[in-house]
Design a binder for this molecule. Structure first.
Ligand code: 5GP
Length: 112
């Protein structure tokens, strides 16, 4: 069981900023920007590499929710970055699909 599943199940605490039946959003414990929220589906999906067509509604829902959370955090006007690290080459540490919502500063491109 991953740490994110334990957060979903309220076995360990997190600084939750949004929750509904399908998803949970909470502040990253090691923020990389002034705003750094993790948005996760409650359904256990290890990464984008495990996503199947049956998940298309859920993934669309999560993207819309990410935009809503970013807007509520005041990030829409200046902009923000969404990141979905996938498996080893991207440095994914927690094998439960998550969208990083990063904002409050400028980000460089290309990413490191
Ligand atoms: P990844 O590298 O898998 O894309 O990102 C995992 C993220 O989860 C990291 O930014 C890390 O700081 C965050 N994280 C890991 N463990 C915890 C935790 O127990 N609580 C919270 N809030 N964030 C965590």
């Amino acid at each position: 069981m991953t740490i994110f599943k334990k957060i979903i199940d309220k076995e360990i605490p997190a600084d939750i900023v949004y929750e509904d039946d399908l998803c949970l959003a909470f502040n990253d414990i090691n923020p990389q920007a002034p705003t750094h929220v993790l948005l996760i589906p409650k359904k256990v999906i290890a990464s984008m590499a495990e996503v199947e067509k049956a998940e298309q509604d859920l993934l669309g829902f999560l993207m819309v929710k990410a935009a809503e959370i970013a807007k509520a955090a005041g990030l829409s006007e200046d902009g923000y970055r969404l990141v979905v690290n996938t498996r080893e080459n991207a440095g994914q540490e927690v094998p439960h699909l998550h969208i990083h919502i990063l904002g409050g500063r400028k980000f460089s491109w290309p990413p490191g």
